[in-house]
Design a protein around this ligand. Structure first.
Ligand code: MN3
Length: 201
């Protein structure tokens, strides 16, 4: 049985960048629906005994419902974890060094990430991933992610941004670039650094 975890902060904790109503609907309705639909999709078949991460890694072997809802569950759990109040700024240490090595500067990485997030047509995600011990920016459609065996660019996500309209439409309407800029004020670099260490050890 897959379960929705409580948010690690209050619904209004990310204001003014992401409003409380958006967070309440995003976590309590959208994420909950991915969890419920995933449970329904695995019920009584071979997928039922597997962990979420096992399903994700071998997603080509499962149904579209498991791909969409398993991806939705994994992606949102990851996303809540790399956001936080009193966050933003820049990373330090080995992560900052890796960003400079891979992109030239922190701002150049941001620019490339923003471009991936802005140009992802329709619904999907932008990612900063570890790929062959290097940092790479990519994006995926729908609820796919770079851990999936079907991903065009595979790797381990250390930062991700949900660019589905449900993530920003109440407050930003059609202004996806404003939402993307606001996102940088919420990045919990300490959590991103933990993912980076895990992915490069
Ligand atoms: Mn979402």
């Amino acid at each position: 049985m897959h379960e929705l975890s409580a948010l690690p902060y209050a619904y209004n904790a990310l204001e003014p960048h992401i409003d409380a109503k958006t967070m309440e609907i995003h976590h309590g309705k959208h994420h909950q629906a991915y969890v419920n639909n995933l449970n329904n999709a695995v019920k009584g078949n071979a997928a039922e005994i597997h962990t979420l991460i096992d399903l994700i890694h071998n997603i080509s072997g499962y149904s579209t419902a498991i791909r969409n809802n398993g991806g939705g569950h994994w992606n949102h759990t990851f996303f809540w974890g790399i956001l936080g109040p009193n966050a933003g700024g820049q990373p330090t240490g080995a992560l900052m060094d890796a960003i400079v090595t891979s992109f030239g500067s922190f701002d150049a990485m941001k620019e490339q990430f923003n471009s991936a997030a802005t140009t992802r047509f329709g619904s999907g995600w932008a990612w900063l991933i570890v790929h062959d011990q290097k940092l790479v920016i990519t994006s995926t459609p729908n609820q796919d992610n770079p851990l999936m065996d079907i991903a065009e660019v595979k790797g381990t996500p250390i930062l991700g941004l949900d660019v589905w309209e449900h993530a920003y439409y109440l407050h930003y309407q059609n202004r996806r670039p404003d939402y993307i800029n606001a996102f940088w004020n919420l990045v919990n670099w300490s959590a991103v650094n933990t993912h980076f260490k895990e992915a490069t050890k």
